[in-house]
Design a protein around this ligand. Structure first.
Ligand SMILES: CC(C)(COP(=O)(O)OP(=O)(O)OC[C@H]1O[C@@H](n2cnc3c(N)ncnc32)[C@H](O)[C@@H]1OP(=O)(O)O)[C@@H](O)C(=O)NCCC(=O)NCCS
Length: 190
């Protein structure tokens, strides 16, 4: 297995620009948009069962406090997904280094009103380019529920290869987790 090459603490989260999106560093003020958009079944169904459900009224604020603490420690990158010309958070994408154990290095969700337009593919490509071309990471491990075809498709389109499946607890119940590896070479070849 390849080992990690990242240095901690990570540098600050940069703003990334895509065709239709601006990914900007997540900020405390985004908690209200998250509290409005995130607690929807289409969003949480195939996310980890550690997410409280039903989602509490202070769920986004509590998660934001934890997120900002991780950011201060330089452990992860966190972006608010916004549409160009509009600073409002529409979704979120996170990236973190391989810790040598958990083969999962990226997470994302988007307002269901915006699904199916290729927007997360754009966001994932911007973040992947940052990981491979700026941070010089050699690979990403990525995961999703096997049943979460939209998330799997984003990975397939990037050139990721499925390497394992394992049981995993989701908000909607027990399921099977698909683990992918996307290498820098495969990414560059797509
Ligand atoms: C996963 C998610 C981020 C995808 O966002 P999106 O902007 O709709 O994704 P894109 O439009 O870039 O790409 C989705 C792809 O999946 C395909 N797709 C969507 N639903 C599908 C389904 N039910 N079956 C098969 N393919 C499906 C789309 O056709 C598209 O592929 P294509 O470009 O080949 O046509 C979004 O569905 C989401 O927020 N889900 C809830 C949170 C979540 O599950 N996050 C991932 C956890 S691992």
């Amino acid at each position: 297995m390849m080992t990690e090459i990242h240095k901690m603490p990570l540098p600050p989260t940069p703003t990334l620009v895509a065709d239709r999106l601006v990914l900007r560093p997540l900020q405390e003020r985004d908690a209200s948009a998250i509290q409005r958009l995130f607690p929807q079944w289409e969003v949480v169904r195939w996310l980890t069962a550690s997410i409280p459900w039903p989602y509490p009224a202070d769920g986004a604020a509590a998660n934001m406090a934890e997120t900002l603490a991780q950011r201060v420690r330089g452990e992860k990158f966190f972006w608010a997904i916004t549409l160009k010309g509009d600073d409002e958070l529409r979704g979120r994408i996170d990236l973190w280094p391989f810790d040598g154990r958990n083969r999962d290095m990226r997470g994302f969700w988007l307002d269901p009103a915006l699904h199916g337009r290729g927007l997360m593919t754009e966001a994932a490509n911007a973040v992947t380019s940052f990981a491979f071309e700026e941070l010089n990471w050699p690979f990403l491990y990525l995961t999703n529920a096997v049943a979460n075809r939209a998330s799997a498709r984003v990975k397939e389109k990037q050139g990721a290869i499925e390497i394992a499946r394992e049981p995993f607890a989701y908000v909607c119940g027990e399921g099977e987790r698909q683990i992918w590896q996307l290498t820098r070479e495969a990414w560059r070849a797509t």
